[in-house]
Design a protein around this ligand. Structure first.
Ligand code: ATP
Ligand code: MG
Length: 281
């Protein structure tokens, strides 16, 4: 059996004619000239360990006759500081994939490596630690706790990890940045959907995570509040150098990403990479 080849930058499986370039005396394969150019511009970066590597990921729900395959072989690599968007029709598996990446659920088959370590090698305690510290989640449903105020919700992950005091002033400022100054002491039920989404975004960065996972972070927002959330995401990416993996229907967000993964029926239908340097922050 021949060994499967993957693009050295974006990690997708190479089925058609790969681009082959000789880099440091080694034949290296890519899905496109864009990925090859990226590698050649920053060979040290791409020769190292990516923050996330997903290989042959499958996820089914149910068992026996009722078993429904949802993810059917996803390959994907994400490098530190990248902004990757995931798009696709409703039901294509976007949220399911994000939940696997963020270790909220376990794959049926396939591999996920976080900073080089296989997800199955993490103890339950380590998984909890990664969920709390490495990843920041913005869920499709905001999941705010109804009996806590906006600032209490935003600070909750930091309180759990013992960093509440250290993070409070930064998080208050974030709430102001996203236009929630007048809502800091309010309960979620007093907030509009857009305000709740922005509070959830601030909560996602409570522990200053390296990787932000967003599931439709502007999904229910009007264009003005959507623009505020977008500004925060752009700041996190370009100024704070966070890694962003964002599921979205919003063409503006997808257009800002370094790369876009298009899912269809649980598979990567298409992978769109931007020319290196095409995006000026
Ligand atoms: N826990 C579950 N049990 C059974 N089926 C599930 C479960 N979670 C998701 N599914 C199914 O998997 C498919 C993909 O769901 P998923 O939520 O990943 O889609 P999505 O791409 O995020 O869609 P949307 O854009 O509507 O949010 C759907 O058909 C859904 O019904
Ligand atoms: Mg979804």
């Amino acid at each position: 059996m021949t060994e499967l080849a993957y693009c050295a930058v974006c990690g997708i499986q190479l089925v058609a004619m790969p681009v082959v370039r000789k880099i440091a005396d080694r034949q290296t394969t890519f899905c496109s000239d864009i990925c090859a150019d990226r590698f050649q511009q920053e060979p040290v970066r791409y020769a190292g360990e990516p923050v996330l590597r997903v290989r042959g990921l499958h996820k089914s729900f149910g068992s026996g006759e009722a078993e429904t395959p949802v993810l059917r072989g996803i390959d994907l690599t994400v490098w530190e500081g990248e902004f990757v968007s995931i798009v696709g029709a409703s039901g294509s598996g976007k949220s399911t994939l994000l939940n696997m990446i963020g270790m909220l659920d376990r794959p049926t088959r396939g591999d996920i490596y976080i900073e080089g370590k296989h997800s199955a090698e993490f103890s339950d305690e380590e998984r909890a630690g990664i969920r709390a510290q490495t990843f920041g989640f913005v869920f499709q449903q905001y999941n705010l706790i109804p009996w806590l105020s906006v600032i209490e919700n935003a600070m909750l992950p930091a309180l759990f990890s013992g960093r509440g005091k250290a993070r409070e002033s930064a998080l208050r400022q974030r709430l102001v940045d996203v236009g929630l100054k007048h809502r800091i002491g309010h309960l979620p039920s007093h907030l509009s959907g857009g305000e709740q989404q922005r509070a959830a975004l601030v909560r996602a960065i409570a522990n200053d995570p390296d990787i932000i996972l967003g599931d439709e972070p502007t999904g229910n927002l009007d264009s003005e509040t959507g623009a505020k959330v977008l500004e925060v995401l752009k700041h996190l990416h370009s100024i704070e150098r966070k890694t962003l993996i964002i599921v979205t229907h919003d063409a503006t967000i997808a257009g800002l990403a370094d790369r876009t993964i298009v899912l269809k029926d649980g598979r990567v239908l298409e992978h769109q990479a931007r020319e290196p340097g095409a995006y000026t922050h």
